[in-house]
Design a protein. Structure first.
Length: 317
């Protein structure tokens, strides 16, 4: 996609699997005086449609900040017609919409990752162009209203990130976040009742496809971060993140206090008081040996690629 739009100074997109610490990273960044944490911005239409709460604690329909954004946006009253706000391809209210979404995402992936399918790009181009334009229009309004030059979007979707970058490569930075895949699978087993084989395959495929798509983006655009390293040395990671974004490190980044929060979606951590940065490794005690072996068989190589020990190595710690 070669169409470019004016944008905020920087948009920081976080890529990760769910339950990998993206909210933690977002809160650290959002605590900086120059940064606005938008949350999982793709969820804005569904958040409005379902009358869920803004990060400030009020219903998003009653939030004065989002009311101002809606008024300034002007193209559509997205409080009345949230489905007409094309900030994402997923608004899955029906089986047909889910089918169309999966089909379009499959076409997008193959047209980017495989030159043989590149002629298919015209099929999905207009939808992604509308997504990029609407997202950036709203981010521009947010920057103006808050006087903050950096927007953090923790949507975590590699296709969305790819198209945002291609639309304005000079502004987008990507935090590529990993967490031990066994920890991620443990969370999905507990919270979504996944089987290990399904959780491991989903984790593996998500990162494999993202790496394939992101191979079209220069490495200097990325800040590669492991959740465990953040928890082990938050001061060092905070300083390195600030340097990556060309801003000064601020001590409040370690307190995870974003002040008045108007983020969308994300986990409940953002509503908790006195958050601290500490590692969660319950998976080491709660996953069964058979589950650990199953993960190793399916996704062990990729997990090891990101620097995580094999099962036999865990016994040494």
């Amino acid at each position: 996609m070669d169409v470019h739009f004016n944008s905020p100074d920087k948009i920081v997109c976080i890529f990760a699997a769910g339950h990998s610490g993206s909210t933690l990273v977002s809160l650290m960044l959002g605590a900086h005086s120059h940064v606005f944490y938008a949350g999982e911005f793709h969820a804005l239409p569904s958040w409005i449609n379902e009358k869920k709460n803004c990060g400030c604690g009020r219903s998003i329909l009653d939030c004065n900040f989002w009311q101002k954004v809606n008024r300034e946006y002007g193209k559509v009253d997205f409080f009345l017609y949230p489905k007409q706000l094309p900030v994402y391809l997923r608004f899955k209210n029906s089986a047909f919409e889910r089918f169309m979404c999966k089909t379009q995402r499959a076409l997008t992936y193959h047209s980017i990752s495989n030159p043989f399918f590149s002629p298919l790009r015209w099929i999905h181009m207009s939808s992604w162009k509308n997504m990029v334009e609407s997202t950036v229009d709203i981010f521009r309004i947010i920057s103006r209203l808050t006087d903050k030059s950096i927007i953090v979007d923790s949507t975590k979707d590699y296709q969305r990130i790819y198209h945002l970058y291609k639309a304005f490569p000079g502004s987008v930075k990507i935090v590529f976040l990993t967490r031990d895949g066994r920890a991620v699978c443990h969370s999905n087993i507990k919270k979504k009742q996944y089987l290990m084989k399904d959780a491991a395959l989903q984790w593996k495929n998500n990162y494999a496809r993202a790496e394939k798509i992101f191979s079209n983006i220069p490495e200097e655009v990325f800040f590669r971060l492991r959740y465990e390293d953040l928890c082990g040395n938050p001061l060092l990671v905070g300083r390195n993140l600030a340097r990556f974004l060309d801003i000064d490190f601020e001590p409040q980044m370690l307190k995870l206090d974003v002040g008045v929060d108007h983020s969308v979606a994300g986990n409940n951590m953002k509503w908790m008081q006195n958050n601290t940065i500490k590692i969660n490794e319950k998976w080491k005690k709660e996953l069964l040996p058979a589950e650990l072996q199953q993960f190793e068989n399916i996704a062990g190589d990729m997990n090891h690629h990101y620097g995580y020990p094999r099962p036999n190595d865990l016994l040494k710690f």
